[in-house]
Ligand binder design. Structure first.
Ligand code: ZN
Ligand code: ZN
Length: 248
């Protein structure tokens, strides 16, 4: 499995970190976790044709996690030499269908490409040809989700935006890669987001093989977030960067 971090940042503009987007590349399936502003362009920069994406899973309704659905869907309408042929599956939390419909009310048919299926994620497991998928509510917003994906014995968990909650430990336990938000330094802790102390607590129970820190506000880049977490955990810690690939 390969993961490409397309956006390791937040809503706050940063010349180092863009808004959330994570590309999961399986043998014959390409999946996007979140589609924050700039992600469609970054796919192209990563050498991935946006028409090849099979599934987009959205964690929650903050624009830094879904705003680029507008350019993505608009581009998918473009009558290119090779128009999109495979089905595009859009998945989001409860309320997601209304969200897409509202955008279509504004932009009309331009945001309504052919062969697109829109679904809301329920609290159960999903099976696809090449992977299994499950979601859990995180409490960051009223309907925010975290994701777990397993394929051929490999697993990745993406926290989305979240604060610490006990159920997440079982949900993420023993995954190969845990992509976890680490929004702010401990001294700036605010409800609804994680800091290094929270990440250390989670990682010590979940015991992922690889812990990838992401969703960092610009202030994190002037503090030793990475060292703090790396010193206190046994797993391999990666400081997320835009365009960083994780192969496992
Ligand atoms: Zn966010
Ligand atoms: Zn958020």
């Amino acid at each position: 499995m390969e993961i490409q971090i397309l956006g390791s940042g937040t809503c706050v503009p940063s010349d180092r970190r863009g808004s959330s987007g994570y590309l999961i590349i399986l043998e014959s399936t390409k999946i996007l976790f979140d589609c924050g502003n700039g992600v469609t362009w970054k796919l192209e920069k990563s050498g991935i044709n946006y028409l090849d994406i099979d599934h987009i899973f959205i964690t929650h309704m903050h624009p830094d996690h879904n705003a680029d659905l507008i350019p993505f869907l608009f581009a998918t309408k473009y009558p290119a030499e090779k128009p999109r042929t495979k089905e595009l599956n859009l998945w989001g939390p409860p309320g997601f269908k209304d969200f897409i419909k509202s955008m279509q009310n504004i932009y009309g048919n331009w945001l309504n490409p052919d062969n697109t299926k829109i679904s809301e994620l329920e609290n159960h497991d999903y099976s696809f040809d090449e992977f299994n998928f499950s979601a859990i509510r995180t409490g960051h917003t009223e309907n925010s989700l975290a994701f777990r994906l397993e394929s051929k014995g490999k697993s990745v968990v993406y926290s989305g935006d979240t604060d610490y909650f006990d159920e997440f430990i079982d949900f993420a336990r023993d995954c190969d890669v845990l992509i976890i938000e680490c929004s702010l330094p401990d001294r700036l802790k605010r409800k609804g987001h994680l800091t290094p102390a929270d990440v250390i607590k989670i990682a010590s129970s979940v015991k992922p093989k690889i812990l990838a820190l992401t969703h960092m506000y610009p202030i994190c880049d002037s503090e030793n977030i990475y060292e703090q977490v790396d010193n206190e955990t046994d797993c391999k810690v990666i400081l997320g960067e835009d365009f960083l690939s994780i192969n496992f």
